[in-house]
Design a protein around this ligand. Structure first.
Ligand code: BEZ
Length: 211
């Protein structure tokens, strides 16, 4: 069954490049990015894993743990990590789940049989401290993901978890945000002391709080 927004992220036990884990115990109350790759020793995946390894400090700043998955076994992941370092200059610094029996891939609906009945698609799940799924993304094998976009979504999710706001199209941290419609103008005046602009009765914008 598909894992949808607001669902509890299913728990599992699995072997990883950093030992066996119980997913929920490993996760604790962190934010998590769980992302799948079709197969080891493939070109697009190699660039993706190096890119994510190079962004470790950005994920750390956001209290976010990263975990990858591919359907190959741990010893294959370990050998592949050498290539990833060679090609990208970044050593993989997060666990990679080995899923040769497709147990985790099936649990998270990462195999889309009309794309491939053996390999996982490029799935991304962002999971909150409450273990609820906050974002899902699915990319085809041929398109590498934009991890700056993943960081941008984490920034938005973490902001809206703290404040009654939403973020507009192409928002970046530091730009104006939208005040939630369940906040009255009176409340907004108190909550957002920098003021707000009413573009339409349903669209009020204010500088990002806390900046
Ligand atoms: C890749 O990572 O380049 C890839 C993986 C599976 C199928 C096609 C491309």
């Amino acid at each position: 069954m598909a894992v949808r927004l607001g669902d509890e992220a299913p728990n599992f036990s699995a072997d990883t490049t950093q030992g066996r884990i119980d997913f929920h115990k490993w996760k604790g109350d962190s934010w998590v990015v769980l992302f799948s790759h079709p197969k080891d020793f493939t070109p697009v995946c190699t660039t993706e894993l190096g890119t994510v390894a190079g962004l470790k400090s950005e994920f750390d700043k956001r209290h976010t743990k990263v975990i990858g998955l591919s359907v190959d076994p741990v010893d294959s992941h370990m050998k592949w990590e050498g290539d990833i370092k060679d090609v990208t200059g970044h050593a993989v610094n997060f666990p990679m789940i080995a899923d040769p029996d497709r147990k985790v891939s099936t649990l998270y609906d990462m195999i889309h049989p009309n794309a491939s009945d053996t390999l996982t698609v490029r799935s991304v799940f962002i999971i909150g401290p409450d273990n609820k799924v906050k974002l899902t993304l699915t990319y085809p094998a041929s398109t590498g993901r934009n991890f700056q976009e993943i960081l941008r979504v984490i920034d938005s999710l973490q902001l809206v978890a703290r404040q009654p706001v939403a973020t507009p199209a192409d928002w970046k941290p530091g730009q104006d945000v939208i005040i939630s419609n369940n906040v009255s103008d009176e409340e907004a005046k108190k909550k957002f002391p920098k003021g707000f602009t009413t573009r339409k009765p349903y669209l009020r914008v204010t500088p990002e709080p806390g900046r």
